[in-house]
Design a binder for this molecule. Sequence first.
Ligand code: NAI
Length: 475
Amino acid sequence: MANHYDVAIIGSGPAGYVSAIRCAQLGLKTVCIEEVANQNEAALGGTCLNVGCVPSKALLESSLIFSNTNHNLKDHGIEVSEVSLDVNAMHLRKDKIVSSLTKGVSGLFKLNKVDTVQGKAYISDPHTIKVSTEGTDQNIRAENIILATGSRPIELSDYPFDEEFLFSSNGALKFSEVPNRIAVIGAGAIGLELGSVWARLGSEITIYEALTDFLPNADDSISKEALRIFQQQGLNIELGTEIESLEVIGNQVEVKVSNDEINNLQVDKVIFAMGRNPTSKGLFDPALGIQIDDKEFVIVDEHCQTQVPNIYAIGDLVRGPMLAHKASEEGIMVAERIAGRNYSLNYKNIPFVIYTHPEIAWAGYSEKSALEEGIQVEVGTFPFQANARALTSNESTGFVKVVVNQEDDSIIGVHVLGPSAADVVQQGLIAMESNVTAKELGSVMFSHPTVSEALHEAVLSAKGNAIHLNNRKKK
Ligand code: NAI
């Protein structure tokens, strides 16, 4: 039957589209159903490609070039005058990148013979999905169903997004001109990245964060130094501060806050970046037995299987961090398992990245979380100030920190604030996943001059053997 599939995947973000391609590669007849339409066709790629990771990184790059051109060329002996900004051209570049990547997904679907259906999906029984598209319904039958509907920005009921004054992270990627003053609510990855974009382009930014700790999930030494650097860059980060009220007066928003020590503020725009909620409502008949927790996450086991054995859920819709790479890997795991293969993920080593400048990245245990679990650790750090490549690039703020288990010399955490942090952490993560010990990583040859040498030196410093550093302990 034409509409009978081995696997039907609902959602085409990094969880769904990657899973669809892997299912097809494994010989499974696969369809991907996507609600969002672009000119009557399914708009593939989900949040990450369309309104998340990709467009935000495009703007981060453009805004960094603008800021460096204005402020950091003199050091290199380069003088420029009359630097001007064309926000529209910046958006066009961003849109072109998004379009090329989403078309790429569409091409990969065709190449792998993944069918695409545009419409809103509803699972009516364990093998039937009703897909509604502007007045017409069709039923798709599938042996297995994978839910990959992602998440959406958290919205306060008193202050719904109007995308004119009160913006979601989607709308904050599209300002047609640089606002004078912006209030950002939430100092997580999205608040810091979007705050950085508009600050570099000239906006005055105040970020309100309810928690008193800055980036509580990062290693303490990294969060402390990052906060200092961001404040120096002009991001005004107010910790322990919640919004009391927001009022649109004329073309300004008056922001009143809970913290008596902080003045109320008049801003042009407010960006909400308080986290995201899973999109799990209205997806399936409640009688099926798929369970949802109090935060609306679909409950799954370690292999992303729901209580209904042939129905799986992956990505932002389920427990764990809302990260594109975690979502994609879950998509692959489920595809492999449906194809009858044994496949599991190591959820302990998920890399985290915040694309600020300097970049922040980490994987594994922080020093504190290791000690809290009673693990005796050796810690090594190395500053980019002592790294030749970082110095030649004027990128010498920050440092690498590694956490090593004293008992077996395994590397259990890598934390970086600085240039190419994500890539340096990835190198540490490969060592961690491959059970390479600190001693072994210390004896690997690293190219000179590279920022990766800072990882090498940090590992050596855990042993008191760093070369370009006054080791605190000597061995
Ligand atoms: P988040 O959960 O990382 O941070 C939200 C922050 O807002 C928290 O620190 C929270 O304490 C604060 N907050 C919540 N309510 C508040 C209130 N009423 N007033 C003031 N502060 C408040 O969420 P974010 O930044 O919105 O990102 C959403 C998801 O997307 C996260 O899971 C994140 O990991 C992911 N993401 C990852 C990126 C990356 O890997 N670079 C980039 C963007 C998003």
